[in-house]
Design a protein around this ligand. Structure first.
Ligand SMILES: Cc1cc2nc3c(=O)[nH]c(=O)nc-3n(C[C@H](O)[C@H](O)[C@H](O)COP(=O)(O)OP(=O)(O)OC[C@H]3O[C@@H](n4cnc5c(N)ncnc54)[C@H](O)[C@@H]3O)c2cc1C
Length: 464
């Protein structure tokens, strides 16, 4: 939480909380943070950063395995994954970034209470941090989320794993079932497949990555299949039996399926952490989903108490937490900040191939009543993609048919999570495809594909 000159405001120090503290501190607010663990939250310790670090190990493995294609010969040597080294490297990155956040908080004069916090008095903005009472002109709640377990089946860390267990894994399972084919499930499926596991993904929706553009999600499904990852969509788990080996049963469109696996990775979503901390008792209203109700300025139903990050019913992304924290602090400062436009935030999924997008999917744009034009350009015709040996995937630009305003940009393929930034800017600046088509994209780059796609919407493309 974060504070004022009367006392302190405070945020738990995940991306939402520490962003509020840093942004508030840089605006001259007196800020206190209440955090019972090291600062950084899920993102830094149990989410984004460790996951992407291990996915980088997976990419290095893939690159080394393909070295011969580039004339770099390894002889008979097969690259071997040493998970202990990979985990130590990951921890080194996490520790370095944690020290960075701790240093920034100190430099901004933020007081950190290492304690479990509860909201003791809503109207008077009192937070109890262990034995200490912290009082502020405003309070920012940012207590984050927890991994949901399968009904009636607790995580045990040995056979039934949460994302936290996967990220601390010491041994790669020979056979893994990933339950839930959303962002986290697809990243883990991709990583474990690179690490040598036989991976099956079970998803109850009709395709992987519910919420992604359907053409992109279908392509990812095909690429996973090509990589040897088995994907069952429209499927539901019916039984799990056994202790060392697990016999799993599920219903698929082709009928009942049974499978033997060593570990089950549960990635069926995350719930808001809003219970047991005095929120409701203090008058902070929760939605039926357990999320905190806020207005566009991130203020809860108690004046002066704000909520940001995963406890709010918005995309569970670290950068959304950052953006909400900036809005909350702006509101505390009386600046009347514009609400976060959730439909236009960037999404990035770091599986192989990577997936990223900003703005509307084709389906959402059509459902909104837009008459659309679209252009799809494949990496197979892009020089840089061929040079780096990653010709699979495409860029898809969706624009309004009447004025060519860019409504959505979707990328699946190499460095999609970096490439999407230009699409993000286009969507948020309400650029037209003609605006983008006029811009010069360096050659040879992967980003040329966005320029090509934009040009093609106007009917005058270059390479395809
Ligand atoms: C495997 C995985 C991969 C992910 N990858 C990405 C990604 O690539 N990109 C992305 O944008 N997002 C990603 N996310 C999501 C991202 O981690 C979250 O959206 C983000 O961490 C939410 O930030 P937050 O501040 O709301 O909560 P959190 O990061 O959960 O932080 C909450 C903090 O509050 C503390 N806390 C809670 N209750 C109390 C209390 N009562 N007293 C004191 N302290 C308390 C906790 O210890 C924690 O430090 C990923 C998540 C997972 C699990």
């Amino acid at each position: 939480m974060a504070g004022s000159d009367r006392g302190s405001e405070g945020g738990r120090a995940g991306p939402g909380g520490y962003a509020a503290a840093l942004y508030g501190g840089s605006a001259g607010l007196k800020v206190a943070v209440v955090e019972d663990q090291r600062v950084g939250g899920t993102c830094l310790h149990r989410g984004c950063v460790p996951a992407k670090d291990l996915l980088q190990t997976a990419e290095v493995l893939r690159t080394v395995r393909a070295a011969g294609d580039f004339g770099v010969m390894l002889g008979d040597v097969e690259p071997v994954l040493d998970l202990a080294v990979a985990q130590a490297r990951k921890q080194g990155v996490v520790d370095k970034l944690t020290k960075g956040v701790e240093g920034l908080l100190k430099a901004r004069g933020v007081t950190t209470f290492s304690a479990w916090g509860t909201l003791a008095d809503g109207p008077n903005h009192v937070v109890r941090a262990g034995d200490t009472e912290v009082v502020g002109d405003a309070v920012v709640l940012a207590t984050g989320s927890y991994p949901r377990a399968l009904p009636g089946l607790d995580f045990d860390g040995a056979r039934i794993l949460s994302s936290e267990h996967v990220l601390a894994m010491e041994k790669v399972p020979a056979r893994a079932l990933v339950v839930g084919g959303g962002a986290i499930g697809c990243e883990f499926a991709s990583m474990l497949s690179d690490f040598g596991s036989e991976v099956t993904v079970l998803e109850m929706a009709p395709r992987l990555l519910p919420g992604a553009d359907e053409q992109v999600a279908d392509f990812l499904g095909r690429m996973f299949k090509r990589r040897g990852i088995t994907v069952h969509t429209d499927s539901r788990l019916t039984s799990i039996e056994g202790t060392t080996e697990l016999e799993v049963g599920f219903e698929s469109p082709d009928g009942p399926v049974s499978l033997t696996v060593d570990q089950i990775i549960v990635s069926i979503g995350r719930g808001p952490r809003t219970a047991g901390m005095g929120f409701e008792e203090a008058g902070v209203e929760l939605l039926s989903s357990g999320h905190v109700r806020t207005d566009g300025r991130m203020e809860t139903t108690v004046p002066g108490i704000y909520a940001v990050g995963d406890i709010v019913d918005s995309p569970q992304l670290a950068h959304v937490g950052f953006a909400e924290a900036i809005v909350a602090i702006g509101a505390i400062l009386g600046e009347d900040p514009a609400p976060v436009e959730y439909e236009r935030v960037p999404w990035g999924i770091y599986c192989h191939p990577e997936v990223a997008w900003a703005g509307l999917t084709e389906e959402a744009a059509t459902a909104r009543g837009h008459e659309i034009v679209k252009s799809v350009h494949r990496f197979g015709g892009n020089s840089r993609a061929l040079i780096i040996g990653e010709p699979e995937g495409f860029v898809k630009v969706i624009a309004d048919a009447t004025d060519h305003t860019v409504l959505g940009v979707h990328v699946i393929g190499p460095w999609a999570t970096e490439l999407v930034t230009e699409g993000y800017l286009a969507v948020n600046w309400e650029a037209t495809t003609d605006d983008i088509g006029r811009l010069v994209h360096a050659h040879p780059t992967l980003s040329e594909l966005l320029g090509e796609s934009a040009l093609a919407v106007g009917g005058r493309g270059l390479h395809g």
